[in-house]
Design a protein around this ligand. Structure first.
Ligand code: ADP
Length: 363
């Protein structure tokens, strides 16, 4: 079951315009993640696919049929929400069976589907318990079992893990991923968490500011972000963005950090000033005498397998660097920061421009 969005718009009213010209193709059996900051319209978009919220303009297609006017039930999909809304007085088994009974399936069909779904999410032993006798993760699995039992080809999930603690989230992330693969579900999954998006998605749609910022595989989004917003949304610590100018002597050379750092590019730089994006693990950090230094350390954070160094360049720009292992620096220690070869470049509107750094380092 494929899903297609074509120029979808949503205005709740004149003041609340949430989404504009959202287009995307979700292929059959794909794990498709919609990610973006809180309030950007992710839930709204998912609810429009489900048929729970009317669309203002555009088309939603399921298997190439326009479903704009179809009620939720007729769309043959299931939803798993953040607050998984279990019936407190029903057992786990009956909670999973509830939707099936409403569909008037035969008793033996219901029995088979519920047993199977509970087995799939490893809850067979707890089928007689009430929701209050379960942990948060187990409750979330009941909600998943409901989706599995419904046997719909399309499943929509809205932040299903946001109520769980960090360790359980990682575990459930893997379970949802495995389930999706095993059942061949077409899954649209909404989250504000970039790590969930990166680890589970076949394709990610990044939403912000009413618009689709980019759709791509996790590696496309990380390696080739369409703009500064996408570059900053993915990766922890955040990518460094540094203002730079084209050298007046040589139009292949960019200077930044008050002219004391330079990179040479393979191609002519098309604009006077731009912004360089460099991931924290692409920066090098060396101890330096004051005269050779281009930055001072502000503070460091040791995370066990790596150290984050927060520093201020002589220009006043703050940067973050990540070094493997444990590295200690004194506060205000002078250092020399160098930049690696994987750089991104953005114009003054934040759009990525394709430029590459020359192999030989001039800095
Ligand atoms: P997200 O899921 O990305 O956090 P939502 O889709 O929930 O974002 O909300 C997007 C915007 O639409 C928000 O500004 C929110 O306040 C607004 N909104 C959501 N639902 C309604 C509604 N039923 N009526 C009016 N405005 C709404």
């Amino acid at each position: 079951m494929s899903i297609s969005l074509r120029n979808v718009r949503k205005d709740y009213d004149q003041q609340t315009k949430v989404l504009e010209s959202v287009s995307a193709e979700v292929q059959t059996g794909e794990f498709f993640v919609i990610v973006g900051p809180s309030g950007c319209g992710k839930s709204t978009l998912l609810r429009m696919v489900a048929g729970l919220t009317p669309i203002t303009d555009g088309e939603v297609r399921i298997n190439n049929q326009v479903v704009n006017e179809l009620p939720p039930k007729a769309r043959k999909l299931t939803m798993v929400f953040q607050n998984y809304a279990l019936y407190p007085f029903l057992s786990v088994w009956d909670n999973v069976a509830f939707g099936l009974k409403a569909r008037k399936l035969s008793q033996s069909d219901i029995q088979h589907r519920v047993d199977n779904a509970l087995k799939m999410v490893s809850l067979s032993d707890l089928s007689k318990r009430k929701p209050r006798e379960l942990s948060g993760g187990q409750r979330q699995r009941v909600a998943l079992a409901r989706a599995v039992a419904s046997d719909a080809d399309i499943c929509l999930m809205d932040e299903p893990l946001s109520n769980l603690d960090a360790q359980l989230r990682i575990k459930m992330r893997q379970e949802i991923y495995n389930l999706q693969r095993k059942l061949g579900l077409t899954l649209i999954y909404v989250t504000h968490d970039q790590v969930e998006a990166m680890t589970m998605a076949d394709h990610i749609m990044v939403l912000n500011d009413q618009h689709v910022q980019q759709i791509g595989t996790p590696s496309e989004i990380y390696q080739h972000p369409a703009n500064e917003f996408v570059a900053q949304f993915f990766g922890t610590p955040q990518i460094n963005i540094l203002p730079a100018k084209r050298s007046t002597q040589n139009n292949h050379i960019l200077t930044f950090a008050t002219n004391n750092m330079q990179v040479a590019l393979n191609e002519e730089i098309p604009i006077d000033s731009l912004r360089i994006g460099v991931r924290p693990d692409e920066l090098t950090v060396a101890r330096a005498e004051s005269v050779d230094s281009n930055a001072v350390v502000k503070n460091t954070e040791f995370l066990g397998n790596e150290t984050i160094i927060y520093a201020t360049l002589n220009s006043g720009d703050d940067v973050r660097a990540v070094l493997p292992g444990q590295v200690s620096f004194r506060g205000y220690e002078p250092i020399k920061i160098g930049i690696g070869s994987h750089l991104l470049f953005f114009d003054n509107d934040g759009k990525q421009i394709a430029l590459t750094k020359e192999e030989a380092v001039h800095a």
